[in-house]
Design a protein around this ligand. Structure first.
Ligand SMILES: [Zn+2]
Length: 455
């Protein structure tokens, strides 16, 4: 019997003993198999067709044909780091229904285990292209994100509907895009049109960085006004009567262009389209691009003009970004492929100075009165005076807030601070402007607003 007791004892207690003797877990190395972006051309032109007719369900159907030069592994990316958002806020949860094929045969795919914005597949021998089919399930409720389709309008951002090959600077990937809209709708975009085929618009070939920088507003109710040669105001509205901008209102928008050209001494674009949505259903927006801006305000922007002064620095702000932010960008913010992390250290220049010139141009154009502008500046200063978070968090640290908070609501806004590089940044540039004027004996800083002598 004794012979049995010892092995039984060991058998029962051995797991505990073994646990005591085990070493701690060791970390597996992170293996990055996604090729780094190189400044070389992707061979061939990717064609992308987006069917945006399903506006009631807010589903965009996408087909891409990606030419391939050789068999072997191929990694496709979905944008993670979004220009203008300055953060890893790519809408990957909304990508669905993904299918790949070559010569009609379905191809298996695997999401990268480390970077969930990347998809791996194998190009079969003899294939000259890969077809990708997928959907972008745009938010159907504000709890999921910004609403971008309604029964009367849509806002297409190509960055949300495009897969592209890893390993290349996006400026080196050529794209030919087309967009199918609901019957009778009109589109506005900085993209140039190659031709129309029924309700489908074919755009001229552009590089991928230009495509994603050229969103589309479209709708049933559209009005287009030329503000200056090469500069258009494209208005899309929930209802046709909301398009009724008065001559005086339009003149302020024309003045905006005239004043910006005087201010900057140049136009940093070959043409420019303001994309202005007047809607109480589509989500508001202010997003800069080099040749356009996405500007979303409430439906009564023109029809109840007097009550809507608070959003009238929007267009001047986004327009200024064509230069400060797009034509010129902080070196650590510029990245080649929407995958490399952006660094936001200079947003006090990118956004702070743009905020400053936005108000100056709003006043000079007449979009805001001098009094409204000075009131807005005073409001900013008063807020910052009582912003308790300034005691622990320096302005420069707030430039990382887009990455840290991604604009989620905050419980203790004043103590946590937020994207204060906008308005505290504005005050730095107001101070710089005042100093330059003082030392050069130029008119006092408040004269930077709409003064007849400055035109
Ligand atoms: Zn901005």
């Amino acid at each position: 019997m004794r012979k049995f007791i010892a092995p039984l004892f060991f058998l029962v207690f051995s797991p505990l003993l073994a646990a005591a003797q085990n070493s701690a877990p060791e970390a597996l190395p992170i293996v990055d198999t996604i090729p780094a972006a190189r400044d070389v051309a992707w061979p061939g032109v990717i064609t992308e067709s987006v069917d945006a007719t399903d506006v009631t369900r807010a589903i965009f159907h996408i087909t891409e044909t990606i030419p391939v030069a050789e068999a072997g592994p191929l990694t496709l990316l979905y944008a993670k780091w979004l220009p203008g958002n300055h953060s890893p806020s790519g809408q990957i949860p909304e990508l669905a229904g993904l299918k790949f094929s070559a010569d009609g045969k379905s191809l298996p795919w695997r999401r990268d285990p480390v970077d969930v914005f990347a998809f791996h597949l194998e190009v079969p021998k003899g294939a000259s292209s890969i077809e990708a089919q997928f959907e972008f399930l745009a938010p159907t409720d504000t709890t999921q994100g910004r609403i971008v389709t309604t029964p009367d309008m849509l806002n297409l951002q190509w960055i949300a509907v495009t897969l592209f090959p890893a390993g290349y600077y996006v400026r080196q990937i050529k794209m030919e895009a087309s967009l199918k809209l609901p019957e009778g709708w009109k589109a506005a975009t900085a993209l140039e049109v190659a031709g129309n085929e029924g309700a489908t618009i074919h755009f001229k070939q552009v590089s991928l960085d230009t495509l994603v920088d050229s969103p589309v507003f479209a709708g049933a109710n559209v009005r287009v006004e030329t503000l200056a040669p090469g500069v258009r105001l494209n208005i899309v509205a929930d209802q046709p009567e909301q398009l009724a901008a008065t001559e005086e209102q339009l003149q302020s928008h024309r003045n905006l262009v005239t004043q910006a050209v005087k201010l900057f001494g140049a136009q940093h674009y070959d043409h420019y389209d303001f994309l202005l949505a007047l809607s109480d259903r589509q989500g508001g927006i202010g997003l800069e691009h080099h040749r356009s801006s996405e500007d979303g305000v409430t439906g009564n922007y023109f029809t109840e003009w007097k009550d809507n002064s608070s959003r009238r620095d929007l267009l001047p702000h986004e327009y200024t970004h064509s230069w400060n932010g797009k034509y010129r960008r902080p070196a650590d913010l510029w990245t080649p492929d929407f995958r490399t992390p952006m660094q936001d250290s200079l947003l006090w220049v990118y956004e702070g100075q743009t905020q400053f010139w936005g108000y100056v141009l709003a006043a000079r154009s007449g979009l805001l009165s001098n009094e409204e502008t000075l009131g807005a500046l005073a409001n900013i200063a008063a807020h910052l005076d009582t912003d308790s978070g300034r005691k622990w968090r320096p302005l420069t640290d707030t430039t990382d807030d887009p990455i840290i908070s991604q604009r989620r609501p905050k419980g203790w806004r004043s103590w946590q601070r937020s994207e204060d590089y906008y308005n505290e940044g504005l005050l730095i540039w107001l101070d710089a402007d005042s100093l330059i004027r003082e030392l050069s004996k130029a008119p006092a800083p408040w004269m930077i607003l709409r003064a007849p002598s400055l035109g």
